[in-house]
Write a protein that binds this ligand. Structure first.
Ligand SMILES: *[C@@H]1O[C@H](CO)[C@@H](O)[C@H](O)[C@H]1NC(C)=O
Ligand SMILES: *[C@@H]1O[C@H](CO)[C@@H](O)[C@H](O)[C@H]1NC(C)=O
Ligand SMILES: *[C@@H]1O[C@H](CO)[C@@H](O)[C@H](O)[C@H]1NC(C)=O
Ligand SMILES: *[C@@H]1O[C@H](CO)[C@@H](O)[C@H](O)[C@H]1NC(C)=O
Length: 220
């Protein structure tokens, strides 16, 4: 590095800003754990009757120990510090009746897994879910009461390997944007490719969806 740059704190500040500007926006500005937990607490408050399974979701309890919540340590590029982020929500058959529309997904960009199967979650499949979670690998929402169309933003879930939307009340066309999900593979039964741990599934049955699977998926 140039001695000039080392000498000038102003230039250091500029190079730090450039470094941050270079980094993908989602990773550069992950909300704090407090903000992430706040989004979940607001969603809990939106439930008409409070599900017993969410009892541990309390402001004065460490969110990584809440029932159904998992965390990982995240290291910000260029920093030594690692800090916990919420990476998973797993509440199978927990009597949840809320709407996903009331969950602030932009506060939860670190999520890699949402497993909320066998509940009574209603309302639409929010486009914000699809557009805010570039790290999401598993989205399991089967056996709920989701209605309306699958948003075309689903093509933005670029890390998705497993998707199960079976047995909901979804309708409308199957979005062609599903075809841009390069990691998502399709099969009538789960496929284990090349014996990799990557078990990749797409399940859409039990809805009123129309149209064909995107060609890119059909040929995989
Ligand atoms: C994060 O790192 C701390 C300190 O190294 C460790 O105690 C903690 O268990 C880690 N948490 C997770 C979720 O891995
Ligand atoms: C959602 O979360 C983001 C990031 O923490 C925050 O900036 C925004 O204000 C929140 N939106 C609502 C409606 O609370
Ligand atoms: C997807 O959900 C349906 C309906 O519950 C179930 O029959 C199917 O086994 C699920 N598939 C996977 C791979 O989880
Ligand atoms: C996967 O495992 C099966 C059974 O263990 C084996 O027959 C097959 O050759 C393996 N395939 C690859 C690509 O390693």
């Amino acid at each position: 590095m140039l001695p000039l740059m080392e000498a000038s704190p102003f230039l250091k500040l500029i190079s730090l800003s450039l470094l941050l500007a270079w980094y993908p926006p989602v990773m550069a500005v992950l909300p704090s754990l407090e903000e992430q937990a706040g989004a979940l607490l607001a969603w809990k408050a939106n439930h008409q009757s409070q599900p017993a399974q969410l009892q541990s979701w309390e402001k004065n309890i460490w969110p990584c120990s809440w029932h159904g919540i998992s965390c990982s340590n995240h290291t910000q590029a260029g920093h030594q510090l690692e800090f916990p982020v919420i990476t998973g929500i797993s509440l199978w058959g927990s009597g949840l009746t809320g709407e996903l529309d009331n969950l602030n997904f932009s506060a939860l960009a670190s999520l890699t897994s949402i497993k909320l199967a066998h509940n009574q979650i209603r309302g639409s499949f929010p486009s914000a879910l699809a557009s805010s979670l570039p790290n999401l690998r598993h989205l399991m929402l089967q056996e709920n009461e989701l209605s309306g169309e699958i948003p075309k933003q689903i093509g933005q879930l670029e890390s998705l390997v497993g998707l199960n939307l079976s047995a909901n009340r979804l309708s409308g066309p199957i979005p062609s944007e599903l075809g841009s999900l390069k990691k998502l593979l399709v099969g009538p039964i789960p496929i284990n490719l090349g014996n990799a741990t990557k078990l990749t599934i797409l399940y859409l049955d039990g809805n009123q969806l129309s149209g064909h699977l995107p060609r890119e998926l059909a040929t995989r």
